[in-house]
Design a binder for this molecule. Structure first.
Ligand SMILES: [Zn+2]
Length: 186
C-alpha cells in the first residue's frame, strides 16, 4: 500500500457529493462504481486476490477497506477488507454502517464480525462480482445469526459505538516522565 493510503481510504463528504452530482447517479450506484479502483489499494501478497469494500458514512464521507496480507506471518493474520473498513470508520468516529459494496462475498468470519454491529441483520451488502449485483441484507448471508443482543441488553454499546470504559489517566506525571525518557532514547 502507498504511504498516502491513510488519506485515500476516505473520500470527504464534499467530494463524494460532487462526484455524485457530476455523475448524476445515486450513492447506491456510486459505491459499487468505486470498488474496482479501491481494489488497487489492497495488499494481497499471498493470495493475489485483491478485495475492496466501500461504504457511505452518516457523516457523508465514503470509506474504503481492503485486504492486507503479510508474507512473514501465518495467513490467518490477514486483515480482511470488511475489517479494514470498520476500523477505518471507527478511526473517523463513524458510528453506524447502513450499506456497503464489496468486490467478493464476505467470508464467514466477516459475516459474524458484521453481526456485532447495531441493526446488523439490516446492513445492505452488494457484491460487485456477482452476475446481477444488488443490495441484500446481511441476514440473507448469515442465517440463524447469533450476536451481542443474544447475550446482553440492547442498551449495551456495540462495535463503532461510543462507550465509557471507566479508564482514566493517573493524576501524577508518570506518563510525562516516560514520554521524556522515550524522547531521549529515540
Ligand atoms: Zn473476511
Amino acid at each position: 500500500m502507498q504511504d498516502d493510503a491513510a488519506t485515500t481510504t476516505m473520500i470527504a463528504a464534499a467530494i463524494a457529493d460532487g462526484v455524485t452530482i457530476a455523475e448524476s447517479q445515486s450513492i447506491s450506484k456510486l459505491l459499487p462504481s468505486l470498488v474496482s479502483s479501491a481494489q488497487s489499494l489492497a495488499c494481497p501478497s499471498i493470495s493475489n486476490f485483491p478485495v475492496a469494500a466501500v461504504e457511505l458514512g452518516t457523516s457523508g464521507h465514503i470509506f474504503v477497506g481492503v485486504n492486507m496480507e503479510f508474507p512473514s506471518l501465518p495467513f490467518h493474520h490477514t486483515i480482511h477488507a470488511e475489517q479494514f473498513l470498520l476500523t477505518n470508520m471507527a478511526n473517523n468516529v463513524e458510528t453506524h454502517l447502513d450499506s456497503f459494496a464489496v468486490s467478493a462475498a464476505p467470508c464467514g468470519h466477516c459475516r459474524q464480525f458484521l453481526q456485532e454491529l447495531r441493526d446488523a441483520p439490516d446492513i445492505q451488502i452488494l457484491i460487485t462480482s456477482h452476475k446481477n449485483p444488488h443490495f441484500s441484507p446481511l441476514s440473507h448471508f448469515l442465517f440463524h445469526h447469533f450476536g451481542p443482543h443474544d447475550l446482553f441488553p440492547k442498551t449495551v454499546p456495540l462495535l463503532l459505538e461510543p462507550r465509557h470504559n471507566a479508564l482514566s489517566l493517573p493524576q501524577n506525571d508518570h506518563f510525562n516522565v516516560l514520554a521524556k525518557e522515550f524522547e531521549i532514547l529515540s
